[in-house]
Design a protein around this ligand. Structure first.
Ligand code: NAP
Ligand code: HSE
Length: 442
């Protein structure tokens, strides 16, 4: 047995909400086992909140609470700083302050990484700090480690996945229970899945932030959301699930990252997508996330697990804390996989979004009159968009019908021009809904 004294490592938690309380609760419970495995004494030293008087499910000694998150980041006794506040302002300040002092920061904050990742990693490198972020993508699924470590031999041709638990919960409930969107969103908030600003979830931005993190890990390129196609789920109705089912599909909000290694082009997009019913991801429901990763060496691997919520996220944060403790025990100058510059080493560029090709699902609310279908078909023909199937359903509106068309493969430029023209027809009563058809079999 070694006679080395057992080091004491102080951990600070900035943000004691859904995730912060989960980390405290599970770390306290798992502490004896973790300490034995890691050979260090772990002390949950302090936590920062905005409102010191708020009642919390997880109790903590009042003396350990502060409203000054920066005082935790700069506390010389605290070696590991968990940033669980969210947002990109104070979270950035806390993160940079701790990294500038050579500390290890553990974060669940994908919005921060997407907006300021380059600056964060540069600061960590400059000052000998480290930044761990397993909880930032897909909640409890260890996808960051999988991409960075387990799949290091691979070049990734395609990564696609369900990365937002709130949206997957909403879509599942709408489909299974025929529940209205607003009611289901309320449930997702109560369950602690949704972001403080829920539009980040339902408008696709949270998925886009996570896609940005995965793109950087897989391809070494920072792609911000303004360079992606990003669409949300708020215009999808229960009727769309029924139409999709008739066509053999289910609807999922997907992030899709594809790389063409011949043209050296990368495409990153976030879109509600019709997936074949037989696709594994089409059957991943509720708060669960799932990611399909195709590498040139390994082939396709799949990852499924809870993508949001207190416990799943705490599990990922605690795995980073354990890595941080191990790193400190080996001497913080030691090499860690998070220090490796990610990507394949080959520069790639973003393909213009208008060139992305897909099959499409278009839902139109139209006047139920002779000649309308012919006019719609003529607009599509003008833009060389070929119709694959047509479903007409009665509409709740008097004198109206719901027309659902699927197309053969086309590109974004053609389909967008088509939709613009269709929206201008006197017989089209609402802005058309466009969904992509993802012909993914694995
Ligand atoms: P949350 O429940 O809203 O908690 C945020 C915490 O930050 C609260 O304790 C809040 O204090 C504190 N805070 C806010 N402003 C502060 C300030 N100015 N000074 C000090 N503390 C401040 O959020 P969450 O759901 O735990 O999410 C935290 C992070 O984890 C976010 O980046 C989120 O995107 C990410 N994440 C969340 C989940 C999830 O399922 N919830 C999953 C993965 C990643 P008060 O309690 O006093 O208001
Ligand atoms: N709001 C996010 C989601 C939290 O629902 O997936 C997990 O990142």
């Amino acid at each position: 047995m070694s006679n080395r004294p057992v080091p004491t490592i102080n951990i600070g938690i900035c943000g004691f909400g859904t995730v912060g309380q989960g980390v405290w609760k599970h770390l306290e419970r798992a502490r004896p086992a973790l300490e034995a495995r890691l050979g260090a004494k772990l002390v949950l030293a302090r936590a920062a909140v905005r409102d010191l008087r708020k009642k919390r499910g997880v109790k903590i000694p009042a003396a350990k609470l502060t409203a000054d998150a920066l005082s935790i980041a700069t506390d010389p006794n605290i070696a590991i700083v968990c940033e669980l506040i969210g947002g990109t302002d104070l979270a950035r300040e806390v993160t940079l302050a701790a990294l500038s002092l050579g500390k290890i920061v553990v974060s669940a904050n994908k919005a921060l990484i997407c907006a300021h990742g380059a600056e964060i990693f540069a600061t960590a490198r400059k000052h000998g700090g480290h930044f761990f972020f397993e909880a930032s993508v897909a909640g409890g699924i260890p996808i960051i480690k999988a991409l960075r470590e387990g799949l290091v031999a691979n070049r990734f041709t395609r990564i696609y996945g369900i990365l937002n638990g709130t949206c997957n919960y909403i879509l599942t409930q709408m489909e299974e229970r025929n529940s209205p969107y607003a009611e289901v969103l309320g449930d997702a908030k109560r369950l602690g899945y949704a972001e403080a600003d829920e539009s980040l979830d339902v408008d696709g931005w949270d998925t886009a932030h996570k896609a940005s993190v995965l793109t950087w890990l897989a391809h070494g390129l920072w792609v911000k959301t303004d360079r992606m196609l990003v669409e949300g789920i708020s215009r999808i109705t229960p009727a769309d699930f029924r139409n999709a089912a008739t066509l053999g599909f289910r609807i999922k909000l997907l992030a899709v990252i594809t790389r063409d290694f011949t043209a050296n082009e990368l495409s990153v997009r976030v879109q509600p997508t019709l997936l074949p019913k037989a696709n594994v991801l089409a059957n991943v429901n509720g708060v669960f996330n799932a990611i399909s990763v195709t590498g040139d060496v390994v082939g396709t691997t799949l990852y499924i697990g809870r993508g949001a919520g207190q416990d799943a996220t705490a599990s990922a944060v605690i795995s980073d804390i354990a890595d941080a403790v191990a790193l400190i025990s080996h001497g913080k100058g030691a090499h860690h996989m998070s220090d490796v510059v990610p990507g394949t080493g080959e520069a790639s560029r973003l393909a213009p979004p208008e060139r992305v090709r897909s099959r499409y699902y278009v839902r139109l609310s139209v006047k139920d009159q002779p000649g309308v279908l012919a006019r719609v078909a003529s607009v599509m023909a003008r833009h060389h968009v070929s119709i694959a199937s047509v479903i007409q359903n009665p509409s709740e509106r008097d004198g109206a019908a719901s027309l659902v068309l699927t197309t053969h493969e086309s590109d974004e430029r053609a389909i967008r021009a088509t939709l613009k023209n269709l929206a201008g027809l006197a017989s089209v009563l609402e802005v058309p809904l466009l969904l992509r058809i993802g012909d993914f079999n694995d």
